[in-house]
Design a protein around this ligand. Structure first.
Ligand SMILES: *Cc1c(COP(=O)(O)O)cnc(C)c1O
Length: 451
């Protein structure tokens, strides 16, 4: 297996994963930085055995062959070859969805789904605040308004009990996000949606292979959207997909992502759907790469799940560490992130930032995840734009801040700690080392506070 990246790059990638920040040449993770700043003698204290984070992305001859086949065919876009079509069929089969439409990203998967659902200027979409910014930007792209509904801090997921109070006559959809691969409460969310006749858009960009009551996440809502960006559990650099069981909607999504051209009829006789549209097509290279990557997906998912369960059994015994809970209906967590809440009071009041740093010095890279959304600068620009002022009644814009207070999310953002998915692809003894590091940091927390 040829690995083009250095270990340093892997650490950077792992640290940025989930933040959507895996930029080549990004600064190394906290662990590496801390080590680099230390004299060699101290650096020798770092964990020498173990293999975390695991190399990512994973590749071998399967990927070489897949890419070269497309390359030499000269059929590089989906209209020419069959790599994207084959991937769509395989992903639909794997997830049990009737239809799959591949896109060039997760953000564009969300945007295509919303476009096909007719979500547009002046609409409101109910969404969780504990998510990657793309959940919001995809809504804003349609000049619709993200309306934040607070989280259940135990699970890090949208609190279904708070949805109904946020619904207005402008509400056009509900968007739960299966953050970190943990599945939102689809029973309660679908019950509200059905009662209020609203479509559900599952942002499953972090939840490949996750399950709710034995059926794949992303197949419960009206649509389910996935990302194959390089940090995600299934990846092709960039890429995305929309799943749906609604055949008519699938054709609209296809047309939306293909400049309003419906599926090819014959030759150049396209049927143009009367809809807004764009080109969000996946390339054949991505389709071929994803089909190769999919051959490892089940095994990787099982490894993460087994390691995460073992890690939870150890971490939940440590006072001050509370792993994210799952709802009863979540029969499989995809563990794109391993998330827990850190209670500094149980660590001699050691601030979270110092805890993360100390973990890094023990050789375990972890991070603090999403910051509480400070929408003020973004809103002043976006909602203050000429287009938004034309679209939204003044009162609606003025009330946004008050409606979208999410104190539970703010608290969660102050307490959260993440390990990214590549930390779960190691061995059982790697998990022991993570738990050991937490115990060690706790034991010397009093000392570290004074340092
Ligand atoms: C990654 C991600 C997206 C966006 O996907 P891209 O492929 O980066 O456009 C959307 N939502 C969530 C929750 C994500 O993690």
């Amino acid at each position: 297996m040829s690995q083009p990246f250095s270990r340093r790059r892997f650490v950077a990638t792992a640290a940025a994963a989930g933040l959507g920040l895996a930029v080549p040449g990004a600064p190394a993770g906290a662990a590496e930085k801390a080590a680099a700043d230390k004299p060699a003698g101290r650096r020798a204290n770092r964990r020498k055995t173990g293999s975390l984070p695991a190399p990512w992305p994973v590749m071998d001859e399967r990927e070489d062959q897949a890419i070269l086949e497309v390359l030499h065919s000269g059929k590089w876009f989906r209209g020419g070859g069959n790599a994207v079509n084959n991937f769509e069929a395989a992903y639909a089969k794997l997830t049990g969805a009737k239809h799959c439409i591949a896109t060039n990203g997760g953000t564009t998967a969300l945007a295509a789904a919303m476009g096909a659902l007719g979500i547009g200027p002046g609409d409101e979409v109910i969404v969780t605040p504990y998510t990657f910014i793309a959940s919001f930007t995809a809504i804003m792209l349609h000049h619709a308004m993200p309306v934040l509904v607070d989280v259940d801090p135990e699970t890090f997921l949208l609190d279904p009990a708070k949805i109904e109070a946020a619904i207005t006559d402008r509400t056009a959809a509900i968007m739960p996000v299966h953050i970190g691969g943990n599945v939102a409460d689809m029973d309660d969310i679908l019950a509200v949606a059905e009662k209020r006749k609203l479509p559900v858009i599952e942002d499953a960009c972090q939840a490949h292979m996750a399950e709710w009551r034995g059926r794949k996440a992303g197949t419960w809502g009206t649509v389910g959207c996935f990302s194959f960006q390089v940090t995600k559990n299934l990846c092709s650099g960039e890429g995305g997909a929309v799943l749906t069981n609604d055949g008519e909607l699938a054709e609209k999504i296809y047309a939306f992502h293909n400049n309003c051209r419906a599926r090819k009829v014959t030759g150049y006789n396209f049927f143009y759907m009367p809809t807004r549209a764009a080109n969000f097509r996946m390339t054949e290279f991505q389709g071929a790469l994803l089909t190769a990557q999919m051959t490892r997906l089940e095994e990787q998912t099982r490894t993460r799940d087994e390691n995460a369960k073992y890690l939870t059994s150890m971490l939940r015994e440590i006072p001050g560490v509370r792993p994210a809970k799952m709802y009863d209906g979540c029969t499989r967590n995809a563990y794109h992130l391993y998330m827990f809440r850190y209670n500094a009071e149980q660590f001699a009041n050691l601030p979270r930032e110092k805890f993360l740093q100390a973990m890094g010095e023990e050789g375990i890279s972890c991070n603090s995840g999403y910051k509480p959304m400070d929408w003020k600068p973004f809103l002043n620009e976006a909602f203050g734009s000429r287009a938004c002022r034309r679209v939204f009644p003044e009162g609606v814009l003025a009330q946004w801040h008050e409606r979208c207070q999410t104190p539970k999310n703010d608290q969660l953002c102050r307490e959260a700690v993440w390990l990214t998915q590549t930390m779960l692809l190691g061995t059982r003894s790697d998990m022991d080392q993570i738990a050991d590091a937490v115990r060690k940091v706790r034991a010397k927390a009093g000392e570290l506070v004074k340092a």
